[in-house]
Design a protein around this ligand. Structure first.
Ligand code: ADP
Ligand code: MG
Length: 251
């Protein structure tokens, strides 16, 4: 019997351990020896090496590091959008390797939120319809009042029927924030959420991101180039050349 089998026997139903099993205090996200390489021409390009880390409930982490250091790749692996070539990723108590694409999509729609640098709103949907997408993916038809409340919360109550092209970059990102929080995710991944915005526009967005995270007790894993933004996080993980070189919790 392998150690994996023993693990499985100890905890046959990981879905039931969502935070309410006494004595079971699993991290929300756990990476063990994660590596990623890509086949480029006739050789392997290693972009992540030996990344091990755990993120706890409601924790806020900033991932910083130069361009090309593997931050976006890491976020994709954490969320099960891509597979590591080495190591294991556990997200909300599930080992991602054991889940097929449908199960991963289901896990994400239950527990994970995303904010991207380029907003990624659906252009043919209004602001309100965009915010409702995560609920619709779960087959929920209600939630309109809640979506309007969140759009109000991000200062866009008067723009609910506007399409993304009718909104500025900052406004689009605020719609994306409302969308990311509508299903009360346990963990939210944000990849340079203010990277395409000027400083003045970024500030309220960053404040809202952290406020919503606090209100909903969502863990936040945030990739950023912005030292001021990183300083708001409870923990800063620094990457260089595909490895974590520093992981600290500033006082
Ligand atoms: P960051 O987000 O820190 O700027 P990335 O995770 O986007 O870094 O990229 C890390 C490295 O992996 C870069 O050198 C990039 O060129 C490489 N890379 C990313 N995706 C691929 C791919 N699909 N094929 C080959 N190389 C890739
Ligand atoms: Mg990136």
């Amino acid at each position: 019997m392998s150690t994996d089998d023993i693990e499985t026997q100890k905890d046959p139903s990981p879905l039931q351990s969502e935070g309410d099993v006494p004595g079971v205090n699993r991290p929300l996200l756990k990476l063990s020896g994660v590596g990623k390489s890509y086949r480029v021409g006739d050789h392997d390009l290693s972009v992540l090496r030996g990344v091990s880390l755990a993120v706890e409930e409601a924790e806020t982490c900033a991932i910083v590091g130069p361009s090309g250091s593997g931050k976006t790749t890491l976020l994709g692996l954490c969320a099960g959008l891509d597979d590591p070539t080495e190591g294991e990723v556990e997200l909300v108590g599930e080992r991602l390797r054991d889940l097929n694409q449908d199960d991963r999509a289901d896990l994400r729609s239950r527990s994970v939120g995303f904010v991207f640098q380029n907003f990624q709103l659906i252009p043919t949907l209004t602001a309100l319809e965009n915010v409702l997408v995560p609920l619709e993916l779960r087959g929920e038809r209600s939630g309109k009042a809640q979506a309007i409340e969140l759009l109000n919360r991000v200062g866009l109550g008067h723009r609910v029927d506007h399409y993304p092209t009718q909104l500025s970059g900052g406004e689009q990102q605020r719609v994306a924030l409302a969308r990311a929080f509508i299903h009360r995710p346990r963990i939210l991944f944000a990849d340079e959420p203010t990277g395409n915005l000027d400083e003045e526009t970024s500030k309220p967005i960053v404040e809202m991101l952290f406020e919503l995270n606090r209100e909903q007790n969502t863990a936040l894993v945030l990739v950023t180039h912005d030292p001021q933004l990183a300083a708001l996080a409870g923990r800063v993980i620094s990457m260089r050349g595909g490895s974590v070189v520093q992981d600290e919790k500033p006082a």
